[in-house]
Ligand binder design. Structure first.
Ligand SMILES: Nc1ncnc2c1ncn2[C@@H]1O[C@H](COP(=O)(O)OP(=O)(O)OP(=O)(O)O)[C@@H](O)[C@H]1O
Ligand SMILES: [Mg+2]
Length: 298
C-alpha cells in the first residue's frame, strides 16, 4: 500500500478530489432532511436510545417524517427497539442503501443491520493496541458512510442516537455541521450529573447548541395505580440545568412498560401516550419543536 511519502504530488490518486466528492455526497444526502437533532449524554445507560425511539415515535405520531441514525456503532440498539434487526435484507444499488423501515414508518440505519449475526461484535481491528485516535478515525469514517450511503429521502427530522461519552460529539459535529442542537440526558444520580455536566461544557466549547436537559428515570410510576415515587436519591437535575444555563426540558419517569416494550409491536409512546411517562415524552418533543421554531437557522 502506498503511503503519503511515496506519493509525488497526489500520485494521481486525486485524494483532495476524493475527499471533496465524499463530503459533497454527504451534503447532498442530508439536504433533504429539515432538522437534525442528536440525543446524548456523557453517561452510559441513562436511556438515550429508549428516549430517541420514543421521541421519534411521538414525532411520527404528529405526522412528521422521521429517521434515526444509530451512531452507537459498538452497542447499537435502535434496530431492536424499532423492530429492524440484522435479519433485515439490505437493498442497495448504485445510489446507496435503502434504510430499514421500523414501526410507524420510521427510517433507520444502524450497524446492527450490517452484522452477520445478532451477537456479532463490531471489531475495528484484529490487532491489539489500536490507539484511541485510530479507533476514533475508523468510527468517524464508518459514521460518514452510514450517513451518506443511506437513501434517507426527504425527512422532517433525523434523530441521532449517540453512544455514551462526551467526545463523540466531535465526529457528529464534523459530519453534520448544521445540527439543530443536542438534547442532553441524565438520570438523577450525582454520578450521572457529574459526567453530563462535562458533556454540556464540551458542547458549549464546541459551539454546539444545547436544546436542553432531560432527566430520565426521574421518578417511578407504579403501572397499577399510576402513583409516582422517587427512584434515586440526589439533587434535582434542574439544579444542573440552572448551573449550566441551559433549559430543563423534561422529567421522564421510570415506567416498567417502557423497558419491556421493544420492536415487534408499537413503541411505548404510541400505546401509552396518555400515561404520565407518555405525556412527559410529549413535553420533551414540544421543547425540541419550540427550540427549532425559535432558532429557524437550525
Ligand atoms: N424511562 C424509563 N423507564 C423504564 N425503563 C427505562 C427508561 N429509560 C430507559 N430504560 C431502560 O434502561 C435501560 C437502558 O436504556 P437505554 O439502552 O435506552 O440507555 P442508553 O443511554 O442508550 O445506554 P447506552 O449508553 O448503553 O447506549 C434499558 O433497559 C431501557 O429499557
Ligand atoms: Mg444507547
Amino acid at each position: 500500500m502506498k503511503t503519503y511519502e511515496d506519493l509525488a504530488g497526489d500520485g494521481g490518486s486525486n485524494i483532495v478530489g476524493q475527499v471533496v466528492s465524499k463530503l459533497e455526497k454527504l451534503r447532498s444526502r442530508l439536504d433533504g432532511i429539515k432538522h437534525k437533532v442528536a440525543l446524548m449524554s456523557g453517561k452510559g445507560g441513562v436511556g438515550k436510545s429508549s428516549l430517541t425511539a420514543n421521541i421519534a415515535s411521538c414525532l411520527a405520531d404528529r405526522g412528521h417524517r422521521v429517521g434515526i441514525l444509530d451512531a452507537d456503532l459498538n452497542g447499537p440498539s435502535i434496530g431492536q427497539l424499532l423492530g429492524v434487526g440484522n435479519d433485515h435484507k439490505l437493498v442497495l444499488d448504485d445510489d446507496g442503501i435503502e434504510p430499514g423501515i421500523g414501526v410507524q414508518g420510521i427510517k433507520i440505519m444502524s450497524m446492527d443491520m450490517l452484522l452477520s449475526q445478532p451477537d456479532s461484535p463490531v471489531m475495528w481491528t484484529e490487532e491489539p493496541g489500536a490507539t484511541a485516535v485510530w479507533v476514533s478515525t475508523m468510527e468517524s469514517t464508518a459514521l460518514r458512510e452510514l450517513l451518506s450511503d443511506t437513501k434517507w429521502g426527504d425527512l422532517d427530522f433525523l434523530l441521532i442516537d449517540m453512544p455514551p461519552g462526551s467526545d463523540r460529539i466531535d465526529n457528529i459535529r464534523e459530519l453534520v455541521p448544521e445540527l439543530a442542537g443536542v438534547v442532553e440526558i441524565t438520570i438523577p444520580s450525582p454520578l450521572s450529573q457529574h459526567i453530563v455536566s462535562k458533556s454540556i461544557t464540551k458542547n458549549r466549547q464546541m459551539g454546539v447548541p444545547v436544546i436542553g436537559l432531560v432527566e430520565n428515570m426521574a421518578t417511578y410510576v407504579c403501572p397499577h395505580c399510576d402513583q409516582e415515587a422517587k427512584l434515586f436519591e440526589g439533587k434535582d437535575a434542574k439544579d444542573l440545568s440552572q448551573n449550566k444555563g441551559i433549559p430543563f426540558i423534561g422529567k421522564v419517569p421510570f415506567d416498567t412498560r417502557l423497558s419491556r416494550k421493544t420492536g415487534s409491536g408499537g413503541l411505548f409512546y404510541t400505546e401509552h401516550r396518555d400515561s404520565i411517562t407518555g405525556q412527559a415524552i410529549a413535553q420533551v418533543v414540544d421543547a425540541i419543536q419550540n427550540f427549532i421554531a425559535n432558532n429557524p437557522k437550525s
